[in-house]
Design a binder for this molecule. Structure first.
Ligand SMILES: Cc1cc2nc3c(=O)[nH]c(=O)nc-3n(C[C@H](O)[C@H](O)[C@H](O)COP(=O)(O)OP(=O)(O)OC[C@H]3O[C@@H](n4cnc5c(N)ncnc54)[C@H](O)[C@@H]3O)c2cc1C
Length: 444
């Protein structure tokens, strides 16, 4: 190796909600953080695949079981909560929030348009990453976080992983979402589309047009229904209703052909809904620039979260995050979506061990690629949980650096929870006080 490695305390690959939450958590604890994103802009799936809905982060009685950085990113979902309103967000506003929060951190360095393409390991530790794109560099740190959604960093480091449904390896369907404006809402049975009742009514109104198209064989979309959500101002809709099978994010060719099919289905569905009088003048504002791929690698960790854990609302001693969202499996075969709610009290714990890949002392998982089964992943992959996972991973990494620990396994969950709860994140279980540095590590 002839290049000198640039040094940081913590390096995070991937700037979606998991990576950004981790980067904010760690840099607010005075760590020198490098956040590397292969796209030209930060945001990941929640911005460039436009998913729109703030999936539930509340227990059976409506109490939030996340907070912290998720609350900073989606403030209206907390302050304007009502059971009647669909909690949604605008992806451009989310992107602006990401950018301003990241820019406010003096110890955070952001590289966009840069891909981690090689990882060097020695004696069960990552020693450096190789980066290409807008910059060509070799970078090193004490702790590394994989926030790439698909576990790309872990795979490059040789970690074991699972992909797809147990048995046949098939993945949840992918979706090209699209935004429609210019709707004459006065022609809808329930015009205030910010309300759940109006959205359910609208979906029923649109269904016959879509089914006619399916019956005539004019779409390859296997979905049975039409799914859409309002934008927060109630003036446009995000359709999350196309369904592309057999998209494997670890194979670029399948993502490219999946995107082509997704665009085709989006255009077909738009033509169908335009038959409804309220949509005669509607505009297809855009099809999300990135195909929405729901599932990627699940890295094998110290604990594999299962559907039983989710459906038994399981508690863990080493809890560092929580999830209230249902099992939501968009069928890999194109059939109906399987939705199973989390029983009372309506949420389960995510243990720290699921964030620790087996076989590496200085790597943590900080996105949907944590250790879990295909079914459990369909639940915790939502942005509220991924943000909480990222915040926990960033906090754990900072503690590891600050305490000079050689292995991420040695970080005490009670210390992680202590800091998380100080910063407004939801935790359960004991906390143990820890003093974090008042001044940055690099200034000492
Ligand atoms: C169609 C669809 C609908 C959904 N609907 C909802 C919803 O309504 N509500 C909800 O809460 N959730 C929803 N989800 C789930 C949720 O959006 C995602 O699971 C979540 O945003 C994933 O966040 P992440 O940080 O794990 O990954 P991402 O946001 O995907 O970020 C990963 C980032 O890593 C980068 N990266 C990858 N490899 C490298 C590398 N080698 N080097 C550098 N950077 C790299 C990528 O470019 C990307 O920006 C939906 C998902 C899909 C696909």
């Amino acid at each position: 190796m002839n290049k000198t490695a640039l040094e940081f305390d913590i390096i995070i690959a991937g700037a979606g909600v998991g990576g950004i939450s981790a980067a904010l958590a760690a840099s607010r604890l005075q760590m020198r953080v490098l956040l590397i994103e292969q796209a030209e802009e930060v945001g990941g799936t929640g911005v460039f695949s436009s998913v729109s809905l703030v999936c539930t982060f509340r227990d059976s009685w409506g109490k939030p079981i996340t907070g912290g950085i998720h609350r900073e990113l989606f403030p209206a979902a907390y302050t304007h909560y009502s059971e009647k309103l669909v909690p949604t967000y605008d992806e451009q506003e989310l992107k602006a929030a990401y950018e301003s929060l990241l820019a406010a951190e003096p110890t955070l360095t952001l590289w966009t348009g840069c891909e981690v393409y090689r990882v060097d390991q020695q004696d069960g530790r990552i020693v450096r990453l190789h980066v290409q794109g807008n910059r060509t560099a070799v970078v090193t740190s004490k702790i590394y976080l994989d926030a790439t959604a698909d576990g790309n960093l872990s795979a490059l480091a040789g970690m074991a992983y699972s992909l797809g449904r147990e048995g046949d390896g098939k993945l949840q369907s992918a979706t090209a979402t699209f935004k429609v404006s210019g709707i004459d809402r006065s022609l809808l049975k329930e015009p205030d589309i910010r309300q759940w009742s109006a959205i359910h009514s609208l979906r029923k109104e649109l269904l016959p047009y879509y089914l006619d198209m399916k019956a005539a064989g004019r779409t390859g979309n296997p979905r049975q229904g039409v799914t859409c959500f309002p934008y927060p101002n109630g003036e446009a809709l995000l359709f999350n209703s196309t369904s592309v099978l057999d998209v494997d994010p670890t194979r670029p060719d399948s993502v490219i052909s999946g995107k082509e099919e997704g665009i085709r289905q989006a255009q077909e569905l738009f033509e169908a809904i335009r038959q409804h009088p309220a949509f005669h003048q509607a505009k297809l504002d855009y099809i999300a620039p990135k195909l929405g791929v729901r599932e990627g690698r699940r890295i094998v960790g110290e604990y594999e979260l299962t559907s039983e854990d989710c459906l038994q609302s399981r508690r863990f001693e080493d809890m560092v995050a929580a999830c209230a969202y249902a099992l939501d499996i968009h069928s890999p075969d194109g059939g109906a979506t399987r939705l199973e709610s989390i029983p009372e009290p309506g949420y389960y714990h995510i243990p720290y061990r699921s964030l620790i890949p087996k076989g590496c002392a200085n790597l943590l998982l900080s996105s949907r690629c944590i250790s879990g089964t295909h079914e459990a992943h369909s639940s915790y992959r939502i942005m509220a949980s991924v943000s909480a996972i990222g915040e926990a991973a960033g906090t754990a990494a900072a503690i590891c650096v600050f305490q000079g620990l050689q292995d991420v396994r040695d970080v005490k969950p009670a210390h992680i929870r202590f800091i998380l709860q100080l910063r407004g994140q939801f935790v359960e279980g004991g906390v143990e006080r820890i003093q974090m540095p008042a001044s940055p590590s690099w200034a000492e």
